[in-house]
Design a protein around this ligand. Structure first.
Ligand SMILES: Cc1cc2nc3c(=O)[nH]c(=O)nc-3n(C[C@H](O)[C@H](O)[C@H](O)COP(=O)(O)O)c2cc1C
Ligand SMILES: [Fe+2]
Ligand SMILES: [Fe+2]
Length: 407
């Protein structure tokens, strides 16, 4: 666990976690950090305590000791969000200390009680404050449904620090550089990509609420944004607010100037047409990612589709429906409410087809509002005339996606 000073009386503890399935399902290519913050006035508060995924709270207590905080002197546990990646240590803390107050929203209070059987809770509402003494005053600002109903911001007024919990977070483990002003340009790109992975895996279903949370952050006079995952923004907090604003647009159909080819092929017939599609993309200088389903992780698939301005769905018919791994990927994109993408499908069939009907059904059922140009289906191997149609389709897609590009 790394220990850093953010300001006088404010410390950060952060640890890298790898080889986990985040939320029990997301395979994280580059892991994640868990960040916790300690604010010391005359009283001491810990915001979103963290323990390792191994559930060893002693690591946290030891680290607290190393920054001069005796766990016995912690008066307040600020629970910005009840998800156990931030609150999982509470029951254990109860074993070593008896008198502390949990501070959280009414919705979190219900969960603190049902998950951890705690009842010494101070429920806070918008604008409520907690004076810790020595000039450290915390205020609380609920941001419901990002991505749980209980979530709130905690703001420290003397340093203008916003402890934003999951909001403005990113996946990706941190090396030596934790603050935005320390990051190299490669690290900035890395955390932007990991921010998109985080947003698309965890936040995207709640885009409407995320937008409200961005607006709420703007009403506070913020000098530093200190999230629960990923880097701390002290030089330019506006950057992560702008990134999140852009991510909300990606959720609604905008995207980077790149194409995702979401594909699957049993015997290589559809794959022959993908080669032609790729040659067009290369000729036109369009960046693209190829995701072969079911080999790609769901985390990577969702993140890549999310950030692309256009999607090519290349998959054959299977048992009168769309090739199942690709159908599943599209369903997942639908569950995540990735809407409004420009798209194009082509694929092979053997005798009757049927993939197209299921594609329409998935898009409609999930209210995805993807804008599909006419699909190209071919019997068996694609003939030159089919490949010409694929080529024309890709060119049309490139034209259409231009209106969607937001970098
Ligand atoms: C398990 C299986 C189920 C299939 N079901 C259908 C079907 O319901 N309707 C159809 O027209 N073709 C069906 N086909 C034929 C494939 O769509 C055809 O072989 C196509 O060329 C496969 O393209 P690919 O090599 O890109 O996977 C099926 C093939 C397999 C192996
Ligand atoms: Fe969370
Ligand atoms: Fe979290």
């Amino acid at each position: 666990m790394k220990k850093l000073k953010i300001a006088d009386g404010i410390h950060m503890l952060t640890m890298n976690v790898e080889d986990i399935l985040f939320e029990g399902m997301w395979e994280l290519a580059n892991g994640v950090t868990l960040n916790s913050y300690i604010v010391q006035g005359e009283k001491t508060a810990i915001i979103d305590g963290v323990i390792g995924w191994d559930g060893v709270p002693e690591t946290l207590y030891k680290s607290l000791g190393e920054i001069g905080v005796d766990p016995q002197n912690i008066d307040y546990l600020i629970v910005n969000h009840m998800e156990p990646d931030h609150s999982g240590w509470i029951s254990n803390f109860r074993k070593i200390k008896d008198d502390f107050t949990i501070v959280c929203t009414d919705k979190a209070a219900k969960m603190v009680s049902s998950f951890y059987n705690e009842d010494k809770i101070m429920i806070v509402k918008e604008g409520d404050t907690l004076d810790l003494g020595n000039g450290k005053v915390l205020s609380f600002h609920p941001v419901p449904n990002v991505h749980w109903p209980d979530t709130m911001y905690t703001y420290e007024s003397s340093t203008k620090t916003l402890f934003s919990c999951d909001m403005f977070g990113a996946f990706g483990m941190m090396g030596d550089h934790v603050f935005d002003d320390e990051l190299t340009s490669e690290e900035i790109d890395y955390f932007e990509a990991e921010g998109m992975r985080y947003f698309s895996n965890v936040m995207i279903t709640f885009t409407t609420s995320v937008k409200k949370a961005i607006e709420k952050a703007k009403t506070l006079d913020v000098r530093t944004i200190a999230p629960g995952h990923g880097p701390v923004y002290r030089k330019n907090p506006q950057k992560i607010m702008d990134d999140y604003t852009r991510f909300c647009r990606y959720a609604e159909g905008a995207g980077k100037n790149e194409v995702t080819i979401l594909w699957g092929s049993m015997y290589g017939m559809t794959a022959k047409a993908i080669e032609r599609a790729e040659s067009v993309l290369q000729r036109e200088g369009i960046k693209y990612s190829k995701l072969q389903m079911p080999l790609e992780s769901e985390s990577e698939m969702v993140a890549t589709v999310f950030r692309s301005a256009a999607v090519i769905v290349a998959a054959p018919t299977y048992e009168y429906k769309l090739f199942p791994p690709v159908a599943e990927a599209l369903n997942e994109a639908g569950r995540k409410k990735i809407t409004g993408k420009v798209a194009f499908r082509f694929g092979s069939y053997g005798w009757s087809g049927g993939a197209e009907n299921e594609l329409k059904e998935i898009i409609e059922r999930n209210k995805m509002k993807w804008d599909f140009i006419d699909s190209v289906e071919f019997e068996g191997a694609p003939k030159e005339e089919d490949l010409k149609k694929v080529e024309a389709g890709v060119l049309e897609l490139i034209k259409k996606m231009k209106e969607k590009v937001v970098e």
